[in-house]
Design a protein around this ligand. Structure first.
Ligand code: ATP
Length: 234
């Protein structure tokens, strides 16, 4: 079966700084995969390259078999990215944000799906509220809806629980778990081993732009003493 994500020799330089130092990675369809690493490890860089937002200095990435550079449009359709930062036009309503994103993918009649997304993320009552009137937690849920607007098979979440309270965190995880059970491939980046361990089948540890460990969750925890691992990723 085609890999959901296939990364080969990914290198990224920002001037003299090497953010990715040769990453090879395969994520199978249907996996719930964690990319674990401290600040500056290269997680966002790898995700941005995967979403076609930045170009690698060397190497290649395929999403569901589509090269993110040579076959950008198809590759982009295959993936929904929930970014770390909340960037919205404050005067757009929730529904307008989702319609705009649908338009980006050429989806003209998407309102039924938008309504479904709003309902499953408990945003129906806020559908016509402007983004500036929403709490941080609600905005984060809009980000999730936005990533799903084109029904991508692969969903990538970049530290979605950073700065999020316990209740919303649990709600988000329940939602993402359900997506995984429905067959979506999930990749999430996190600083927290506990989060990766609770949710994911496999974990890759990224440090200074390189994968330093990659295994299924049980093996990874067995191989590395929990305390050492915590110190290494803190
Ligand atoms: P965090 O957990 O803090 O979000 P991260 O693992 O996502 O970190 P990246 O954001 O990918 O790490 O950053 C990797 C390295 O690349 C860091 O040293 C960062 O300062 C650098 N970097 C990222 N984006 C740029 C940029 N646009 N220009 C210059 N350097 C950058």
């Amino acid at each position: 079966m085609t890999a959901a994500i296939s990364v080969r020799g990914a290198v990224k330089h920002y001037g003299a700084l090497q953010a990715l130092g040769g990453v090879d990675l395969d994520v199978a369809q249907g996996e719930f995969f964690a990319l674990l690493g401290p600040n500056g490890a290269g997680k966002t860089t790898l995700i941005s390259a995967l979403a076609g937002l930045i170009r690698l200095s060397a190497g290649s990435i395929r999403v569901m078999g589509h090269d993110v550079v040579d076959d950008y449009r198809e590759a982009r359709r295959m993936v929904g990215v929930v970014p770390q930062e909340l960037v919205f036009d404050p005067f757009f309503s929730v529904r307008e944000v989702l319609r705009l994103q649908s338009g980006y993918f050429g989806l003209k009649r998407n309102d039924d799906w938008i309504d479904e997304l709003l309902a499953s993320l408990d945003l129906t009552k806020k559908a016509d509220a402007n983004m500036r009137q929403l709490s941080g937690g609600m905005k984060r849920r809009v980000l999730v809806a936005q990533a799903l607007v084109h029904r991508p098979p692969v969903i990538v979440l970049d530290e979605p629980t950073a700065g999020v309270d316990v209740e919303l965190r649990q709600g988000l995880w329940a939602f993402v778990r359900k997506l995984n059970e429905q067959g979506h491939t999930i990749v999430l980046t996190t600083h927290y081993l506990e989060e990766a361990q609770t949710l994911c089948n496999r974990i890759a540890m990224l440090k200074a732009g390189r994968i330093v460990a990659l295994d299924n969750t049980a093996n990874l925890l067995r191989a590395v003493d929990g305390h050492t691992l915590r110190v290494r990723i803190a």
